[in-house]
Structure formats: C-alpha cells, structure tokens
Design a protein around this ligand. Structure first.
Ligand SMILES: [Zn+2]
Length: 241
C-alpha cells in the first residue's frame, strides 16, 4: 500500500547506479531515510529532481530495503529563494539545521510547519540582515523543538530573572543564562546584545545588528547536540549580514 504524505527533502545523496537516498521530513514532523529507485534519471516520477526547499506530495511504500519513494509531485516551491545569495544561503542553513536537529520520532508537526513558514519568509527578505534575523529566530525555534531551548531572560537553572541592564554569562549546553550563584557560564553576553537578540527572537527583524551573527553562531554551535557543521557555517554564509 502506498502512503501519500506531504514532505520536505532535507538531504540527498547518490546511491548505487542512479538511485537517490533522501532524508525526508514528513508532515507529522518526523524525519525518515528513504530511497528513490532511479531517482537521478526520472523527472517524470520524481519532480524537481527531489531537491531541497520544495514542498512535495510523496508516495511511500515499506519495502524490504527500507522506505521506498514511489513518486513525488511539487506542491509548493519558493522561486524567490533563488533570486539572491543571502536568501539562498539562509535557506540552505535552515535546511541543514532541520536535518541536524529534527528527531527521528515524536517531533510533532511544528518542525514541518516551521520549515514551510521559514522558506516563505526567507523568499521575500530584502536584505542580508533580514535573512540573518529570520534565520536566527527559526534556528532557535528548531533547537527548542529538539529539546535544547536557550533561555536568555532568566537563569536556566534557578530561574532568577537576569537584570536587563547587566551583562550575563551563558552556558549554552545547559539551557542558556547561568547566574553567578549557580556557578556562571563560559560565554559572556553584553546587556545590549542580549536585548537586541531577544527582540530579534520575538520577531523584530529591525533589531538585528551585524555583531549578533557571531554571537548567534557561537551559542547555537555550543547548544546543539551534534557537531553542527552546518550551524558553524552560519556566519561565513551570510557574509556581510
Ligand atoms: Zn541561577
């Protein structure tokens, strides 16, 4: 029986001959490995070359070799993502972050909705700084979905609110701000940077400042459970953001 689902492709690789291996994010928020027989060759069965940053309707079948992709149709594409380098880079980093951070089960649909919403927003950003701000907010949300939320307004351990006007220390791997009584953290965050970052994460793209790029990069790489090669490339990819 063929199971019809909506899905994003998070990653793809060439297998034997012209078969393609793909990592799919399904509409229930779970990630799965699947294989597309002759996926490199058949544009008729596999529309848009099974590329990333496209919403597909896919037909899946359980097979002795694993989950087999029978066909796919494009449900939605975002051509605006390809029209500038900063949009393209931000969308690539978002896809990579989803690949690294999406759990293989029990994720809930939020991650799937977030990715579609993210491509939609990035497809219309008008400057590198806007792409960077949108990307930072989305990746923080993906991180929270994966159980690695970063608290920036209060101590992640004792929940004491952090004073607005003072610098704080952060322990990204332990959930965010760590107050002095709880031992502090290795990463210093200045009051003005923390205020700007919190505004960006609350949806105010105009609060973005170029110095936030390396801060966000450092926090995410330290917080993420993987080696995070993708997140580490955040800075260089967005260039002058
Ligand atoms: Zn504390």
């Amino acid at each position: 029986m063929v199971d019809e689902r909506r899905a994003f492709v998070l990653g793809r690789r060439l297998l034997r001959e012209s078969d393609l291996g793909v990592t799919l994010l399904l509409d229930d928020g779970s990630a799965h490995e699947a294989w597309a027989p002759a996926g490199m060759a058949s544009q008729r069965r596999f529309a848009a070359g099974l590329s990333t940053q496209v919403l597909f309707r896919v037909g899946l079948r359980e097979h002795r070799r694993g989950l087999r992709l029978e066909h796919c149709l494009v449900e939605q594409a975002w051509p605006g993502l390809l029209s500038s380098l900063h949009r393209q880079s931000a969308a690539a980093v978002l896809t990579g972050a989803a690949l690294e951070l999406t759990p293989h089960a029990g994720a809930g649909a939020h991650g799937f909705l977030l990715l579609g919403d993210g491509y939609q927003r990035l497809a219309v950003t008008n400057a590198p700084s806007a792409s960077a701000a949108v990307l930072a907010r989305l990746v923080f949300e993906l991180l929270a979905d994966g159980g690695h939320a970063l608290s920036l307004d209060r101590c992640a351990r004792c929940h004491t609110p952090a004073p607005e006007d003072r610098r704080v220390t952060v322990e990204p791997a332990a959930g965010g701000v760590r107050c002095r009584r709880c031992g502090g953290g290795p990463y210093v965050l200045l009051a003005r940077d923390r205020a700007a970052l919190r505004a960006v994460l609350a949806g105010d793209e105009s609060a973005w400042r170029p110095e936030l790029l390396s801060i966000v990069s450092h926090l995410l790489v330290a917080a993420a459970p993987t080696t995070s090669a993708t997140l580490g490339r955040l800075g260089p990819l967005l260039g002058g953001a």
